[in-house]
Every structure is written in C-alpha cells, then in structure tokens.
Design a protein around this ligand. Structure first.
Ligand code: SF4
Ligand code: SF4
Length: 285
C-alpha cells in the first residue's frame, strides 16, 4: 500500500497558478462521490498560492508557496470531526465525507493551515482530496501536479525510494511549513523562504563591478563562501532569522572589507567598495 504525499520545491514555483486552475477545472461543477462534492465557482482555494515579497529595493524577491491540504498523519481536523465525517484512507489521504460532514461548519476552523472551506450552498466543509477519485482509477498524480510546468510539485509514494517525492525527502532538504503544529504533515517543502543577505562588490579605484571577488559569510554556527558575479552581486540565502552574521570581501590587490548584518529582516548591504591596497614597496618607505 502506498503512502501518498507531496514535496513542493518552492524555488521552482513561479506563481503561474496552473495548479490552482487545474484543481478548479477538475472539481468545479463535478461531483465525485463518495470522495468529494463539487467545488463552488468562487471562494474556495483547495490549492492556494501564497505570495511573499522579500527584501526591499533594489533587492526584492518574491516567493510563491502552493498550499494544499497537508494530509496529516495526526490531523487535528480528523480528531475534531463527529460521526466519521473525516477519515484517513489506508494510503494516507485524508478525506472529508461529503454526506457525513453535512452541517459541521466548525470543522473549517479545526485546521491550523486554514485549508478547509465552507460550501454555503451544500452546507459542507471541503478541501483537497489529492484527486483520490483519479488515483483510484490508476492516475499517478493529482491534476495540480500533472499540470505544473516547472516540476515544483512532486507527488508520489513517500515509501517508494524511486518516487520523485521520496527522493526529494531523502535529500534532507525538505521540511514542513509548520512543525510546531505537530501533525506529521505529508506535504513538505524545499526552499521555504528564510532570510537572505545580499550586496554588491565594487572595485574602488576603477568603479568597476567586483566580479570574482571572494565573499565570505560567518555566523549562527556556519561558514559560507561565494564569488561575486559579473555584476559584482552576491547573495547568501536560507539564513536564520534574528542572527548576526559577518560578511568579509577579499580580492587580490585590494584591502579586505568587512561588515556585520543582523537578519531581523532580509538584508541588502548595498555597495561594498574595495580600496586599492598599497604596493608592498610603497609600504616599506
Ligand atoms: S492540513 Fe488541515 S485539513 Fe488537511 S489533514 Fe491536516 S489538519 Fe486536516
Ligand atoms: S503550477 Fe507549479 S509553478 Fe505554477 S503555481 Fe502551481 S506549483 Fe507553482
């Protein structure tokens, strides 16, 4: 028996909303009983794309995070449901029964991820089913994962080491959005936006971009090193929040430049101008 889950690579998501639209196309106006009743035309986001603007001018980045139901092993919604209104299938998919859940509006607020929506017309709570009706017909993935043009959504059997989802998990880079909820979510993420420190290196004597300069970062128990690109730009991603880091820039023939940055927010250091070092012979005089 598979144990279905999804590993979403946020760094690959461009916010195109194809997954959201495919979900609409599949479920709006279509009943798939006993899996799900039709989704209303407005107001539901069974695959919701959140948008987060990071940094500030001139270094602004946007991260898109697709948020479906997490199909949790220890689902709070399931614990709160009455009369078997929510159940977990042997393959791990959490389903809201469209008949048994009738009238249980309070279930909407039992999910801390806020992915349960109330259908006013039908008087039922609804959410993503991982397109269980299709999987039971032999489909390998839900509609959202099928249409994603960038491969951001990897769906599959988390216990099958050959599935892309399991491979992403094995990379050790995936994590759940809210571990503090303690629900053992089966949807996890790569590249959850954290903090970045960025800047630009400039060679002071020529005012040229500091291409190739060595930029070193140290703090919060880690050390990293990158080379400034052909615009002199550099960036360190995935840093911890509220920590102090030291950034040091070195280039042969120039004096090193060192500064400190606190990651209360994303940080743009601006231009780090390297002054020309005095030649050794000049120093002796
Ligand atoms: S994400 Fe929310 S709705 Fe989905 S299984 Fe977990 S608690 Fe239930
Ligand atoms: S289809 Fe893929 S790239 Fe487009 S919003 Fe959804 S997850 Fe992101």
């Amino acid at each position: 028996m598979p144990r279905y889950g999804m590993v979403i690579d946020i760094t690959k998501c461009n916010g195109c909303h194809n997954c959201f639209l495919a979900c609409r196309d599949e479920h709006c106006g279509n009943d798939f009983l006993p899996y799900s009743a039709s989704q209303p035309n407005t107001g539901h986001f069974w695959m919701r794309i959140t948008e987060k603007e990071r940094g500030k001018y001139p270094k602004v980045k946007v991260a898109y995070t697709p948020v479906p139901c997490m199909h949790c092993e220890d689902a709070l919604c399931l614990k709160a449901a009455r009369d078997g209104a929510i159940y977990k299938r042997p393959d791990g998919i959490v389903i809201i029964d469209p008949k048994k859940s009738e009238g249980q509006k309070r279930l909407v607020s039992t999910c801390p991820y806020r992915v349960i929506y109330w259908n006013e017309e039908k008087q039922i709570p609804q959410k993503c089913t991982f397109c269980a009706h299709l999987l039971d017909k032999g489909w390998k993935e839900p509609r959202c994962a099928e249409v994603c043009p960038t491969g951001a959504l990897a769906f599959g059997d988390l216990d099958n080491p050959n599935s892309e989802a399991a491979k992403r998990m094995a990379s050790g880079k995936s994590e759940v959005l809210h571990p503090e909820y303690g629900m053992r979510e089966k949807v996890s993420y790569i590249g959850i936006p954290k903090r970045f420190i960025a800047g630009a290196v400039v060679f002071g004597d020529t005012d040229a971009c500091g291409e190739g300069a060595k930029v070193m970062l140290e703090g919060d128990g880690e050390k990293r090193e990158v080379k400034a690109d052909n615009y002199g730009d550099f960036e360190f991603e995935g840093l911890s929040a509220d920590k102090t880091y030291t950034v040091r820039v070195e280039q042969a023939g120039y004096k090193a430049h060192k500064t400190e940055a606190k990651t209360k927010v994303d940080v743009y250091l601006g231009d780090m101008v390297l002054a020309k070092a005095k030649p050794a012979s000049a120093k002796k005089k």
